[in-house]
Design a protein around this ligand. Sequence first.
Ligand code: C2E
Ligand code: MG
Ligand code: MG
Ligand code: MG
Length: 274
Amino acid sequence: RSKSDGRSQFCFFEAKMQETFLENFLIENQLRNALTNNDFYLLYQPVIGSKNGKITGVEALIRFDIEGVIQRPDIFIPVAEKSRLIIDIGRWVITESVKQLSIWQIAQTATLTMSINLSSIQLTDEGLIDYIKSTLITHNVLPSQIEFELTETALLVEQENSAKVIENISKLGCKISLDDFGTGFSSISHLHRFPINTVKIDKSLMPSALAKDNTKPFLTGLVVMIQSLDLGIVAEGIETEVDFNLCINLGVDKMQGYYFDKPLNVSEIESNYL
Ligand code: C2E
Ligand code: MG
Ligand code: MG
Ligand code: MG
């Protein structure tokens, strides 16, 4: 190896870093514009009850378009978090989804649950609890109809304060669910220490997501553990009949995935489900 090899490698990484930096800078600006111009919108993915196959609620999933191309939250949410724009974006999500639920509950006799994803950064928003409270009052929605989804990593960040905020959300009467369970630590102590109502098992644990089905015992073990703690279970990423049948056999309460429907817009939800 010559010296110049090492140098060109260094330059490569430096260029890559600069590229990422510029990319994030670009995305951050797009997010600011989307906030100002009210370009964000929500899609709603049905959550289906295992007992009767009926819709029990929806999960709100954020989107915005640039020149007709849908921007994916897996890309822009991390940028929104780093820039703390997620606090304003997240407040917008809360208002928009609660407003939508209040419209649906006027037309609908069955009560639907609105699931809202919450970033760990939002737990540092000191006005969050009051914001949630006043939004619910304004739109005449019961706290028990709202479920906030947090990931295990969110529980680990800034532990003490997040624990307090999560507890206060729970005291308001809103539900807390642990999202993407089975991807991170999957620690039983998190289920014990936080006021969690429901666990959402990550889509990567479904048979359809696996090359071999040798993690079926893992999925089974997780489900049994969660059930023994008397927590609700939602299985994510149900894509096939195999996924569906396995979850039914394991006694999972609710399911979500492309097997039923992808995230839908308001009028699709209304014509297909309400
Ligand atoms: P998540 O909360 O775990 O949401 C589930 C993701 O899985 C969604 O991706 C959904 O479209 C996708 N999905 C649903 N069914 C299936 C399936 O059968 N197969 C597969 N392969 N995927 C399925 P999406 O909408 O791209 O969102 C990605 C992530 O971005 C979410 O994961 C969530 O962590 C985050 N996110 C989305 N909206 C918001 C938001 O309003 N606020 C915050 N903080 N995060 C959000
Ligand atoms: Mg979620
Ligand atoms: Mg998830
Ligand atoms: Mg996720």
